[in-house]
Design a binder for this molecule. Structure first.
Ligand code: ATP
Ligand code: MG
Length: 420
């Protein structure tokens, strides 16, 4: 019988690489936890309509990439393809958006699912850490999020990433621009699919990666020239605050991003070592989303950073994270009674908050010491029958190789001070 394989487009996180994933999640969420963002967790699936309304029927995410299912009870559900719609739904349902409590600042970390063509850095199951600041129209929030993502990447040691920034206008100025762009696009020689896209979501055509399309877009009307005064002033303030924080960015007039709900500020973090899947994260302002999913007006801004691609970016830059060994002390016992006693000591160490492991499986001294080495533990505690009779344990410093007896009753205290 052949063994099972993980489904196409997915992969397992296994030690030791999985430790890097945990560290990346930790590093991305750290600046958020330190900046007033509270943790939110929502279900892995939602009513399909939340996404078709909240993300948009015309987006690739909803039209091509969503995993949908009908339950035995007849409910139409979808595995979540992104986080923002769910987080906003949860905030509304939980009544977090009462006046006086705004903005509601939340962060999340989890699995997302998109039926995509598998490529390097593009999977059907992937991880994001995200942040949403709900219910305030304040350019300092847009700036805060950009600055915190930059801080997260820098803390990890990434250097070759860039911040792309644009404004998509609002419900006043974007429709006027949309008209002008559509008129321009109708005069081009485009394939049927692109013509259709130009009618549904013309801004997305600007994002087309194909050379033959990009060539024709020279001279297209640019949103920058259509922004209303309020959007212009807002965008200038975001740019000024980000600049003052020392975060470099590039103005990218063609940055539109995949989701329908974005307004005003939109940004993307790209890494230059990743080939065509270069976006490590992105986000923006979504002032109209709450109303689209049946809530009151709640202007909001957020981002999601891809954990998988951030790990790939670290590998591309050759950055190895300084991850401390998971185990500090490794117990090696020889003989039945010594095993029982040392297992008890390992439990005591763990309860004292010292990371400890034990040579399981009845191995001999040589095999057990190999386990101790592999664990990365700073100390091995070796208990033989003669030691037991003398009431001592041999403590070996795995770095210096020094070894000496310690009274069994003092073991926890001695280790506590030596590890401090
Ligand atoms: P792309 O243009 O690469 O498809 P996107 O615009 O669809 O990205 P977002 O919806 O903005 O991506 O998601 C935020 C981040 O999540 C991306 O920048 C990326 O790092 C990550 N991400 C998105 N889709 C995938 C995927 N299929 N596999 C791995 N990571 C992904
Ligand atoms: Mg995508």
């Amino acid at each position: 019988m052949s063994t099972f394989q993980a489904p196409k487009g997915t992969y397992d996180l296994l030690p030791p690489r999985s430790a890097t994933f945990l560290a990346v999640r930790e590093a991305i969420s750290g600046p958020l936890r330190n900046s007033g963002y509270g943790y939110v967790e929502t279900p892995g699936f939602e009513n399909v309509e939340l996404f078709s309304r909240g993300v948009g029927e015309s987006t690739d995410i909803v039209s091509k990439e969503m995993y949908t299912l009908t339950t035995k009870g007849g409910d139409q559900l979808a595995l979540r393809p992104e986080g923002t719609a769910s987080v906003l739904r949860a905030a509304l349902q939980g009544n977090l958006h009462k006046a006086g409590l705004l903005p509601v600042k939340l962060w999340y970390s989890g699995s997302y699912y998109r039926y995509e063509r598998q490529q390097a850095g593009r999977y059907r199951h992937f991880s994001q850490v995200g942040a949403e600041a709900i219910g305030s129209e304040d350019p300092a929030l847009d700036a805060e999020l950009i600055i915190l993502a930059d801080q997260a990447y820098r803390t990890l040691g990434l250097r070759n990433f860039r911040v792309l920034l644009n404004s998509l206008g609002d419900k006043e100025c974007r429709p006027v621009y949309r008209e002008a762009l559509q008129t321009f696009l109708r005069g081009l020689d485009l394939d049927a699919e692109t013509v259709r896209r130009a009618e549904i979501n013309p801004l997305r055509v600007l994002d087309d990666k194909r050379e033959e399309v990009q060539k024709q877009l020279v001279g297209a009307p640019m949103l920058r020239d259509y922004l209303c005064d309020a959007c212009k002033a807002y965008h200038e303030e975001v740019r000024a605050l980000v600049t003052a924080a020392g975060v470099a960015f590039e103005d990218d007039e063609k940055l539109v991003r995949g989701l329908d709900y974005y307004t005003r500020t939109t940004f993307e973090f790209v890494h230059d070592g990743l080939g065509s899947q270069s976006a490590v994260g992105g986000g923006g302002r979504y002032d109209g989303l709450s109303e689209m999913i049946g809530g009151p007006s709640l202007p909001s801004v957020g981002w999601a950073l891809g954990v998988d691609r951030t790990v790939l970016a670290l590998e591309a830059e050759g950055v190895t994270l300084d991850i401390p060994a998971a185990t500090s002390v490794f117990g090696v016992a020889l003989g039945e009674e010594a095993r029982r006693v040392l297992f008890g000591k390992v439990t005591e160490l763990r309860r004292a908050g010292i990371a400890a492991d034990f040579a399981f499986g009845g191995k001999g001294l040589k095999g057990a010491m190999k386990d101790a080495n592999r664990s990365g533990a700073r100390f091995a505690a070796v208990l033989g029958e003669r030691d037991l009779a003398e009431g001592v344990v041999q403590l070996k410093d795995m770095q210096s190789g020094e070894q000496g007896p310690v009274a069994l009753t003092d073991l926890v205290d001695v280790l506590r001070s030596r590890l401090a």
